[in-house]
Design a protein around this ligand. Structure first.
Ligand SMILES: [Zn+2]
Length: 175
């Protein structure tokens, strides 16, 4: 039987997995656990930051969004119906996903008022963070905890975002 590590790895040469080739799930989770410890956030709190936004994503298109601490952004939703770029939308752990808070067929861009993209959230991400403590490995779908806190949350410990960036490996996230 296939392990969760195997299920998260890329299959063929062209398919994107949830981990890069040779990357270990346990190491990715340990890196992000340490990031959350430095940031003084729990996984549930990070998931809640994401879900406050993703629960409003009922439609495609662009709409204004205000975070709970008053930051103003525009949200642009790209929705993929049917075939997806990754070809796999359901949770790799095989459990049920609440699509009201994890719209698995959507990619969500967070833009500044000036139009600069500061974050991209894969629809499945809130579920992965809340249930599996997983922000994805070094793939284009990864969104790191420090990026999420910087854009949607607030720095609870002065200098903690910089400390995470300096002291922990930066897993690639290129959209
Ligand atoms: Zn799951």
């Amino acid at each position: 039987m296939e392990t969760i590590q195997e299920r998260l790895e890329p299959r063929g040469a062209s398919e994107t997995g949830f981990l890069a080739r040779g990357e270990k799930l346990t190491e990715v989770i340990a890196r992000d656990d340490e990031a959350l410890r430095i940031l003084s956030y729990t996984h549930v709190e990070i998931a809640a930051l994401l879900e406050h936004l993703t629960s409003r994503v009922a439609i495609s298109g662009t709409f204004p969004y205000r975070t709970q601490n008053g930051k103003q952004y525009n949200i642009k939703v790209a929705t993929y119906r049917g075939a997806t770029q990754r070809g796999m939308q359901e949770c790799p752990w095989g459990d049920d996903v609440d699509i009201d808070t994890s719209p698995t067929n959507a990619d969500i861009d967070v833009l500044t008022i000036e139009g600069e993209r500061v974050l991209r959230i894969a629809g499945l991400l809130p579920h992965l963070v809340r249930e599996h403590h997983f922000f994805e490995g070094s793939t284009s779908y990864r969104t790191s905890p420090e990026e999420i806190v910087a854009v949607l949350g607030e720095e609870r410990v002065l200098g903690s975002i910089a400390k995470v960036k300096e002291s922990l490996p930066q897993l690639k996230s290129v959209w």
